[in-house]
Design a protein around this ligand. Structure first.
Ligand SMILES: *Cc1c(COP(=O)(O)O)cnc(C)c1O
Length: 225
């Protein structure tokens, strides 16, 4: 790809309906590229590693909204709780409890998404349907004070089979609506469905996503260090 970050960002934006939030996934990319996107108006960035997000938070403009999109270990919550704007991948009750505790200590309300396991691959994280129902029935959820459940996040199977990907996204959208109806009737803040990445965001949006996490289509290929 020879286009600049600003041009690619513009292109991705032009394909998104207005109500869809773009999280620019900047993991592994340096500050120069992030600032190119920032200068083009992007303010929401996603990282998947705690240390990397912390370093970038410290050296980049303070009006950036940092989303942690990757798997989060319980013992690392404390490093990000004071500034993170959205944690996408809450995949266990234990992690939720730690966020609740640390958010209380930081005297903050922290927004999170529940990660749902929708892919065929077993190495992907997330709640399955039974775990989700148990979670909503339990004290961790009903007694929460500092953690706001804003919605759900999921990752489709990594495959060329478009029908399969479409089915997985549609399944998550149905579950999202089911949960909203069952547990958030008086609460309008359960409103984020984070699904779709560079290779599948169009399918995700068609299925009802309103937040996409797009990395390589904006910043180019990643070189893992
Ligand atoms: C890296 C990553 C993305 C972005 O992937 P691209 O294919 O580069 O768009 C999205 N979501 C999660 C959870 C990721 O780890």
């Amino acid at each position: 790809m020879s286009d600049s970050v600003a041009e690619r960002l513009q292109h991705v934006r032009s394909e998104l309906p207005e109500e869809v939030t773009l999280v620019a996934v900047s993991k592994t990319h340096g500050e120069e590229k992030i600032m190119a996107a920032y200068d083009a108006g992007q303010r929401v960035f996603g990282e998947n590693k705690v240390q990397e997000m912390l370093d970038k938070y410290e050296s980049l403009p303070k009006d950036i909204e940092w989303h942690l999109i990757g798997h989060l270990q319980t013992n690392k919550v404390k490093y990000i709780v004071s500034f993170v704007s959205l944690i996408h991948a809450v995949d266990k009750e234990k992690l939720f409890q730690e966020i609740e505790k640390r958010a209380g200590m930081a005297d903050r309300q922290v927004d999170i998404l529940l990660q749902i396991h929708i892919a065929e691959e077993s190495n992907k994280f997330g709640f399955d349907r039974d775990e989700l129902h148990a979670f909503f029935a339990g004290d961790t959820f009903t007694k929460r004070k500092h953690t706001r459940v804003r919605g759900m996040m999921g990752m489709a199977t990594f495959t060329d089979d478009r029908i399969k990907v479409k089915r997985e996204f549609e399944g998550l959208k149905r579950l999202f609506e089911e949960v909203r109806t069952a547990h958030f009737t008086d609460d309008s803040h359960f409103d984020i469905l984070s699904m779709g990445m560079s290779g599948d965001y169009e399918a995700a949006i068609a299925a009802g996503s309103n937040m996409v996490r797009v990395g390589s289509a904006i910043f180019g290929e990643r070189n893992y260090r």
